[in-house]
Design a protein around this ligand. Structure first.
Ligand SMILES: *Cc1c(COP(=O)(O)O)cnc(C)c1O
Length: 478
């Protein structure tokens, strides 16, 4: 399988070659040259598979440059009941992504039972094993530099901890993450993990990462890499649970389902789009945003108006506080018939800070073929939905999942087909205790094994928002 850039001006590459890099050299994002198709016979056989075997079946279609036996070892090691053990009481951790039925035809797919209690573990854990494998083969090392407002950084650190050839330098805004998130990251004892708390906001952390990465000499000398959400391997790993969720929510492969996806960078729902392109019978992809509703506006109107980062609303579903969805370019590449020249033209505008408008173009007319619908959710909606889930369904959900459920319920009101709706649970409530207290007047439940992590010793370097200082910190440790 070869991968192409959405901007069409970079050479095609194999999976392992794009694994460690970020953007393609022409500024685009990598996608498979064609989406592998899943036959009816394959779907029938896959229906019976446990998660790790399903993951191998799906990923084998995308990863053709790792020997089959090695890939199986890596995938088996990633999707174990031990790693995804933080499931709700009564669920089987061996399911990896258990499905909870809220009411007939309405389900929650639990994707946040991994070490950091957010769905990002589903992909990042695989990335950790793939990185170690490829670096070892090539005799290389990498220093991962990232910025996090909470979920991504912790998922990256737990995926890379103790991995040979990998160090992680993670910037986070000092004092801005929840107490639980800080404890998760800063209590890691591993020598290859470095936490840097910046006395500034998340955007400033991101600016520092950009500044360091734009210094080509420094980047090359210190082998700086990233694990951000444009990484194709992360999208690929996320395709698997759409298949799993489909099989769990249906009895036969003649049925269709809808998925509701709390969205920020468009990574999670992009994987759903790819699953549908492969032939999974998905009737609707229901995209949910919070107050940062740029994507909702696009799917309603055909106008994409990304905002400057500084205009991002700070909300109570912070992992969706994104105004420029980095993976969206992948979808638009497919929407415009994979015409890279059109993508270049559209993103010339986006990269200048402008909008684009597809109204009146043939692509806008085609948009409905891609089966997306969208909606938004506000702070008040989030609180009300957390309450509904708790009172009506006896299930505690986190604020991001609440955005997904809110939009899913609104869509169900209008949908005449009545297909099963699967809401993706993207985090556990304990990560966002403040909002749970506000909604329910009680503390969120937390996995027993994580009782008291706030009291563990923490390792974090507090620094000013100064790229030169961050560079010096990295240089002294690599
Ligand atoms: C990252 C994240 C999201 C958004 O996912 P994208 O892939 O960026 O669209 C939603 N909810 C939670 C809890 C997250 O951590």
């Amino acid at each position: 399988m070869q991968y192409l850039s959405t901007r069409g001006q970079a050479p095609a590459r194999e999976f392992c070659d794009i694994l460690l890099g970020g953007l393609a050299p022409d500024g685009g994002l990598y996608l498979p040259e064609a989406y592998p198709q899943v036959s009816r016979a394959e779907l029938d056989a896959w229906r019976e598979l446990p998660y790790h075997a399903l993951a191998l079946a799906v990923l084998s279609k995308f990863i053709t440059d790792i020997p089959a036996g090695d890939l199986k070892t890596l995938v088996d090691r990633t999707y174990t009941a031990q790693t995804y053990r933080y499931c709700r009481p009564g669920r089987d951790a061996a399911d990896i992504t258990p499905l909870t039925t809220l009411e007939p035809g309405l389900h929650l797919l639990e994707l946040s039972n991994g070490p950091t209690l957010a769905f990002k573990d589903m992909a990042m854990q695989l990335l950790g094993n793939l990185f170690e494998y490829v670096l070892e083969k090539r005799g290389e090392t990498i220093n991962i530099l990232g910025a996090t407002s909470g979920d991504t950084g912790s998922a990256a650190e737990y995926a890379m901890r103790g991995k040979h050839g990998v160090r992680v330098f993670m910037l986070s805004p000092h004092g801005k993450m929840s107490e639980f998130q800080r404890a998760q990251m800063y209590s890691l004892p591993d020598a290859n993990i470095f936490n840097i708390a910046i006395r500034a906001m998340f955007d400033d952390c991101q600016d520092i990462v950009k500044a360091v990465s734009n210094d080509a000499a420094f980047k090359a000398k210190h082998r700086i890499g990233a694990v951000n959400s444009i990484n194709w391997a992360r999208v690929a790993a996320q395709i698997v649970y759409y298949f799993k969720g489909y099989f769990e929510a249906t009895r036969s492969n003649d049925e269709e389902v809808a998925f509701a996806v709390p969205s920020g960078n468009f990574g999670n729902i992009c994987a759903g789009h790819v699953a549908r392109m492969m032939g999974l019978p998905i009737r609707r992809l229901v995209l949910a945003t919070n107050e940062n509703d740029v994507l909702d506006e696009f799917f309603r109107s055909g106008v994409y108006r990304p905002r400057a980062t500084r205009e991002t609303h700070v909300t109570s579903s912070p992992s969706m506080d994104i105004s420029r969805a980095s993976n969206f370019e992948r979808f638009v590449f497919d929407l415009v018939g994979r015409d890279a020249a059109v993508v270049r033209e559209l993103w010339a505008k986006v990269d200048r800070g402008d909008s684009f408008d597809l109204r009146g173009t043939p692509w806008h007319a085609r948009l409905s073929e891609f089966r997306f619908v969208s909606g938004t959710s506000s702070h008040a909606d989030r609180l009300a939905t957390i309450r509904t889930a708790w009172e009506k369904y006896g299930t505690m959900i986190d604020p991001h999942t609440a955005d997904g459920l809110k939009v899913a319920l609104a869509y169900r009101e209008l949908d005449e087909a009545g297909v099963p709706m699967v809401v993706l649970e993207t985090a556990q409530p304990v990560k966002f205790a403040e909002t749970i207290r506000e909604a329910l007047g009680r503390e969120p439940t937390r996995p027993e094994a994580l009782e008291g992590i706030e009291a563990l010793p923490q390792r974090v370097e507090v620094m000013d928002a100064d790229a030169a200082a961050v560079k010096a910190f990295i240089a002294a440790r690599t």
